[in-house]
Structure formats: structure tokens, C-alpha cells
Write a protein that binds this ligand. Structure first.
Ligand code: ATP
Ligand code: MG
Length: 411
């Protein structure tokens, strides 16, 4: 049989890849926690209805990318393509709609049937922040600031630019939509087939099209600014002021609409020029109707999601795993004592390894091969004095150390 291969668009995370991946999650988790966000975990699959309507019937995710299947009981299930809808479903299912605000951190795998390429996979991973409850523009600023703090802690903030926009309130969007319909109708013949379909159902979506033909027409489309109501304009001012107070640099980009349908008011992306076509590292915004779609009351919220793979690619280097200490018994007679020392080192949090067999020379070779920083050599004579030989494998120096002092020396 030929060797089995992973599914197209999926990756195994091993060695450096896994360490980068974990470093992104652990850093984000730590920063989010200091900002008061608490981690949630929800199922990888949900009732298809959790996503189908809520993400927008004309969004790319729903029309082309969902992994939807019927299970053995005939129910339609979907592997989650993003975290927010599941989080809002969980808020309602767990009776938390009266316990607001909820500040949530999330990390986990997401699934989208996309054309795989660098930075774009079918199983990918996101970190995600949601602040559910507050309708205040400072909430938007705080959520974005938390994202920025994570990028800073990862050392990649310098490679990204924050771009923000407003999608206004319902009234602003209604007026803007009419202006877009007028504009795109005038250019209808040149639009892609998909965008022509969007024209009637959701013209804003055309602004997010990745078709080169559409991009050209989109470049000349009207922007939302003139169509904002006074309230929507003032909310947007509040967000920008908040960002300044949180010390987050940004650039306004009136073309940002986000790929999912549930956003209103703030929309933003952290983009980079370092990842080729996959330039969006983190994206999000304010949304209103999602909790109600899950059967709860209408509750405002703001959040973002970031691709862990894209963040991991931006990291300067892979974090090292700590080099181990090799425990080496010189004979089977001291094996029990060696295992005892191995256990003490591990109990003290020192990474320690021991081979199951082999003579001293073999074991030393193996210690070098695994990149051990030190070898603890256990011989019968030293053991009689409750001591061992400790060899520093970087400098080559070796001395006798009482067993009681070993942990202190290696910490
Ligand atoms: P894109 O425009 O790149 O398709 P999107 O608008 O579909 O992104 P979101 O749904 O906002 O992306 O997801 C947030 C982040 O998740 C993206 O900015 C990106 O970093 C990451 N992401 C989205 N889809 C994928 C994927 N298929 N593979 C890897 N990362 C992804
Ligand atoms: Mg996409």
C-alpha cells in the first residue's frame, strides 16, 4: 500500500511548526487573560443552522466553503468555519444572556473548503476575542487594543498595519446600499457572475470580492462616509478616539467590509505585506443580530479572529524547547538509583531523559544527539557517597555533586 497522505489543505504540526503554533496560542491566552478575557471552548461541529443564516447567505463561507454533512440520525451538521456563531449559540444555550458583559477568549481549529495555498488551509486555526454586551465605542477600542497587544507580545506588530472602517448603523447602510446598487448597476456588465448575483441580495458583499475584474470596479465605488447618520459618525469618532487613548496606531480604509454578514459599525483588519496574497492576519468588528439569531435577546458585541498559521509564519523564529538533562547509569546495578534521580529532576520541573539500555559510551552519544545540556552520570562509587558526576555538555567540564544539590545545580 502506498503511504497514506493527509487530506488536502490540512497539515500535521510537528517540531518547530507545533512550537510556533503553541507559542501564538499561549501568548494570546496570557495577554487576553490580563485584559480580563476568559477562555471558552465549544464543540467543533454544530447544527448547520448556527452558521447558515447567521454568517450571511451570500457570504463566501456559506455559499462555497462550509463542511456540511448529514449524520447517521439525518441531522445536518457543519464543521465550524469560525468561532463567533458558536460562541453566541453557547451564550444563549448556557443562559448567560443576562450575565453581561462576557469577555471571551477562544482558540481552536476551524474548517473551510477553500483552495489550499500558503496561509490558506481547509483545517486552520484561529485565536478569537469576543466582548459581548457593551454598546460603547470604548469596547471596540479595547478589543482592538487587546489584539494589538497580542501582536506586540508576539513581536509581529511592526509587520502589520491596523486598518479600520465603519459600516454605520442600519439607516446609514440602507442609504449606502442604494448608492452602491446605483453604481454597480451602471457597471453590471463588467462584474463577475457572482457579484451580479450579489447586486440584488447584498451589494456590500461585492466590496469584499477577490475577483480581479470586480476589484477594478470596486476601486471606483462610493464610500460610506457621506451616508453615515450623525449617530453612526459619532460612534466611529468614539472608536478612533478610544484607539488613540489605548495607544493603537491605525489607518482608515473605507474599503473594509469583512467577509461575514453580521457586522455593523466598526470593521477592522490587521494586514501585512509579508504573507503574499494572504495579507489579513486578524479581522473583526462590531455585530448586533447574532445572539438574537440563536434565540436570545438582541445583544451588541464586538470581536475579532486571527489566523494562527498566518501569525506563526510572521514569527521571527521558532521558540526553542528546553534542552534536556541526560541521566546515565553506568551499570544495571545503579539503574534503580538513576530512575530515582530522574524522577526527582522531573518533579522539580527539569526536563530529564534516560535511555533504557546501552553502555556509557552509547548513552553519552545519545545524550549529545538529543541536545542534552548536561549528563548526570551515576556510578557505584559516587553513589556510595550519595553523589553523582555532573558533566556540562556545552563546556565539557565535569565534577562530583552531592545528590541533594543536583536539582539546585540544574535549575
Ligand atoms: P480571507 O480574506 O483571507 O479569506 P476571511 O475574511 O475569510 O479571510 P475571517 O473569516 O475574518 O477571514 O477569519 C479571520 C482570520 O482567520 C483571517 O484574517 C485569517 O488570518 C484566518 N483565516 C481565514 N481563513 C483561513 C484559511 N482558510 N486558512 C488559514 N487562515 C485563515
Ligand atoms: Mg475567506
Amino acid at each position: 500500500m502506498s503511504p497514506m497522505q493527509p487530506i488536502r489543505g490540512t497539515r500535521d504540526l510537528i517540531g518547530d511548526d507545533l512550537r510556533r503554533h503553541r507559542h501564538v496560542i499561549e501568548t494570546a491566552r496570557r495577554i487576553a487573560e490580563t485584559a480580563g478575557f476568559e477562555e471558552w471552548a465549544t464543540p467543533v461541529f454544530e447544527d448547520t443552522r448556527v452558521f447558515a443564516r447567521t454568517l450571511g447567505e451570500t457570504s463566501d463561507v456559506v455559499t462555497k466553503e462550509m463542511y456540511t454533512f448529514t449524520d447517521r440520525s439525518g441531522e445536518s451538521l457543519t464543521l465550524r468555519p469560525e468561532a463567533t456563531a458558536g460562541i453566541c449559540r453557547a451564550l444563549v444555550s448556557n443562559g448567560l444572556t443576562q450575565s453581561l458583559p462576557q469577555k471571551i477568549f477562544y482558540a481552536g481549529p476551524m474548517f473551510r473548503y477553500e483552495r489550499p495555498q500558503k496561509g490558506r488551509y481547509r483545517q486552520f486555526h484561529q485565536i478569537d476575542i469576543e466582548l459581548i454586551g457593551p454598546a460603547h465605542p470604548l469596547a471596540d477600542a479595547e478589543v482592538i487594543a487587546c489584539g494589538f497587544a497580542i501582536l506586540e507580545a508576539l513581536g509581529v506588530a511592526g509587520e502589520t498595519t491596523l486598518e479600520i472602517n465603519t459600516l454605520g448603523d442600519a439607516e446609514s447602510r440602507g442609504a449606502y446600499r442604494a448608492a452602491l446598487v446605483a453604481y454597480f448597476t451602471a457597471h453590471e456588465a463588467a462584474l463577475s457572475v457572482e457579484s451580479r448575483a450579489r447586486l440584488a441580495r447584498n451589494p456590500l458583499r461585492i466590496l469584499d470580492s477577490k475577483e480581479p475584474a470586480d476589484r477594478e470596479i470596486v476601486a471606483g465605488a462610493p464610500v460610506i462616509g457621506p451616508y453615515l447618520t450623525a449617530a453612526a459618525a459619532s460612534f466611529y469618532e468614539g472608536v478612533k478616539e478610544g484607539l488613540a487613548r489605548f495607544g493603537v496606531p491605525f489607518r482608515e480604509n473605507p474599503r473594509i467590509v469583512r467577509g461575514l454578514d453580521y457586522y455593523g459599525h466598526t470593521a477592522f483588519e490587521f494586514v501585512t505585506t509579508h504573507l503574499g496574497a494572504q495579507g489579513t492576519v486578524m479581522g473583526g468588528g462590531r455585530y448586533e443580530g447574532l445572539v438574537a439569531e440563536m434565540g436570545g435577546p438582541p445583544i451588541p458585541a464586538v470581536g475579532w479572529a486571527a489566523g494562527i498559521e498566518r501569525l506563526a509564519m510572521l514569527l521571527a523564529g521558532a521558540p526553542e524547547s528546553p534542552p534536556p538533562v541526560a541521566v546515565i547509569p553506568v551499570s544495571t546495578a545503579v539503574e534503580a538509583a538513576a530512575i530515582d534521580i530522574l524522577r526527582r529532576l522531573r518533579a522539580a520541573g527539569i526536563r530529564a531523559e534516560m535511555e533504557y539500555h546501552g553502555n556509557l559510551r552509547r548513552r553519552m552519544e545519545r545524550a549529545n544527539r538529543i541536545g542534552a545540556r548536561a549528563a548526570v552520570i551515576i556510578g557505584e562509587d559516587e553513589l556510595a557517597r550519595a553523589a553523582v558526576q555532573l558533566k556540562d555538555l556545552a563546556s565539557g567540564t565535569q565534577d562530583e555533586v552531592p545528590v541533594m544539590e543536583l536539582v539546585g545545580r540544574l535549575s
